[in-house]
Design a protein around this ligand. Sequence first.
Ligand SMILES: O=c1[nH]c(=O)c2[nH]c(=O)[nH]c2[nH]1
Length: 322
Amino acid sequence: MASTLAHARYGKDKVRVLRVVRDGKTHHIVEYNVTALLEGNIDTSYTQADNSVVVATDSIKNITYYLAKTSPHILSPERFALHLGTHLVSKYAHIHKAFITIEQLRWTRIPIDAQGHLVDGAQGHPHSFFRDGDDKRFVKVELDASAGKDKIVADVSAGISDLLVLKTTESSFENFVRDEYTTLVEVDDRIFSTSVDLSYTFSRVSIPTPSDAKKLEFAVPEVQAGGVWDGDAVARRARAVTLEVFAGDNSASVQATLYKMAQRVVAENAHVDSVTYALPNKHYIPVDMRYIGVDNLSPASAEVFMPIAAPSGLISATITRQ
Ligand SMILES: O=c1[nH]c(=O)c2[nH]c(=O)[nH]c2[nH]1
């Protein structure tokens, strides 16, 4: 037969889990969409209908829920992904790699003061939450145990998607190439809106061998809260930097603003090796009202805009530590 199985990977997608952690009257929650995929000596399940090498995707789902119940790392998506992946490659002799993706949905405490009133900046209710944004935090972990179950290494990247922002001034776009195809006019003042996709890559970590495949604890000191790459702290800083630069930059272009954001993420996170941003330029076009004698086109008088769903620009770049 003139074909061969070049690559095989399988597992469970969209495992939805909400976990409550009760700390007295204060409750913590996380909501995750988990993808857990496996590679290893599984080729015969494709080529010879040999299911003896298949850990059912239903079992992979069950393991995800079991660890959501028992893992001490559940509140951190980076650590939970490392734990889940480590468990999978440790437990099954013929599984050499695990690919875990976790998307975390936002749940923020409702800011209620001691009198029960909604107050901006109040500490937050102990057990009531609201969705305060459509942006998601995500984590991607690749666990590789192919050098041996005692030599597991993990590549971890994480980031933010769908963080929608808009500013109404301090954005321009001038001095671009002008030729026979150019119709865009130069503007020194425009709306700038984008839906930020940001991902950053951490330096590789080694996972200490779990002494028993069922053992749930594993310690990766650099990954713990306060460690050299504490995923929660990096995610918080990356989101803050993105919003700060977006708001504060007098933008010459999406490209120039993106570069400033990425430089700061690298500068402020010692163990982030590289940062990639993908920024759609979500165009808002001032409506031409000259037909009725109204100026809505010059930057100072433009007040009514038409959001353009498509096409959009798409500006991306990766910035690495030197
Ligand atoms: O910030 C921008 N970068 C571009 O590359 C571009 N191209 C375009 O038409 N408008 C813009 N804006």
